[in-house]
Write a protein that binds this ligand. Structure first.
Ligand code: SIN
Length: 311
């Protein structure tokens, strides 16, 4: 009932993890393999291992989370080697890459081509937590340059992780760029960058890096994520799947994102809060909603959001 396809990759369940929490170590990736998640997505890898930003750097809040992790990861070779270890789970393994430069991204992508147990690459162009380094996908010219270089050498299904956009013209401009390339998917959205959450009693910021500025996830961002999913669903070529991420913690949240056009949904903050059992929980809730509405597959309602009727 929840199966889907991204590019030509079959997922038995359209719900899987976001690249972020609980997907950095082999143990965490194996836990995703054992869960009900439809795919296993790695933490964004850089060429060399990174320690990331100083702690505290991830804090759960009543409305979601704020983080400035700074891409702590074990380096791309680790996630490449993990592919063989994860093959027994028989679900797509997707590697997220977030090189510190275009040259780093090209080198990592070239190495990933050779590994048959990597189903796809998610190129992260939107990390907001690297001091002094802007989010690539807010620079439209640079994004076009990066994609031109990437697709000159890439043969695997490849998608990009986008930051949230807020202006209708920006959606159109970015979609025009993305539509020029043989992209398999876009994942939207990354956290809303540079939010500030404060402990008013201590009179200090919740996290330490960047004087407390960090990416917001969870409930705070669901409406923005829905808008981004909807806009890119409407503006991109139909061959480019939209993968939703942002504020999904229930079957209803997943249903809403699919109604906006998502072919799959990723879980970040809620995975961090509740662990890998969240995939079975959200799957059961989404299945119950679909059964109550008489839907057999997500294609029965995907993208079919209606505008409010006049009164
Ligand atoms: C981080 O590691 O800072 C989060 C990753 C991201 O937002 O892309």
């Amino acid at each position: 009932m929840l199966q889907t396809k991204i590019a030509n990759i079959k997922l038995a369940n359209c719900i899987y993890n976001a690249s972020g929490p609980a997907c950095s170590s082999l143990e965490e990736l194996q836990a995703l393999g054992q869960s009900a998640a439809g795919a296993i997505l790695s933490k964004s890898a850089t060429l060399a291992p990174r320690a990331g930003n100083p702690a505290p750097r991830y804090v759960d809040t009543p409305w979601g989370s704020i983080n400035s992790m700074g891409l702590p990861n074990k380096g791309h070779a680790y996630y490449l080697a993990a592919a063989k270890e994860l093959a027994s789970f028989q679900k797509p393994y997707i590697v997220s890459l977030s090189g510190m430069s275009l040259a780093d991204n090209l080198k990592m992508i070239a190495e990933m081509q050779e590994e048959e147990n990597i189903a796809a690459i998610e190129l992260n162009l939107s990390c907001p937590n690297l001091p002094g380094k802007p989010q690539t996908a807010y620079d439209f010219e640079q994004t076009e340059k990066v994609l031109a270089a990437v697709f000159a050498q890439n043969n695997k299904p490849l998608g990009v992780k986008l930051p949230p956009y807020f202006d209708l013209l920006h959606f159109e401009q970015m979609a025009q760029i993305l539509n020029q390339f043989p992209l398999s998917f876009v994942s939207c959205i990354n956290s809303i960058g540079n939010g500030l959450v404060i402990d008013w009693e201590k009179e200090e910021t919740l996290i330490r890096p960047k004087d407390g500025f960090g990416g917001l996830g969870g409930d705070y961002i669901k409406a923005t994520a829905l808008a981004n999913v909807r806009q890119f669903y409407l503006l991109l070529r139909p061959e480019i799947s939209v993968v939703a991420v942002g504020g999904i913690k229930s079957g209803q949240d997943a249903f809403e994102h699919i109604l906006c056009g998502a072919k799959a949904v990723q879980i970040g903050t809620h995975l961090m809060k509740t662990g890998p059992s969240c995939f079975a929980q959200i799957s059961a809730e989404l299945t119950a909603i679909m059964q109550a509405k008489g839907y057999q597959s997500i294609e029965d309602f995907r993208g079919k959001l209606k505008t409010a009727a006049p009164i």
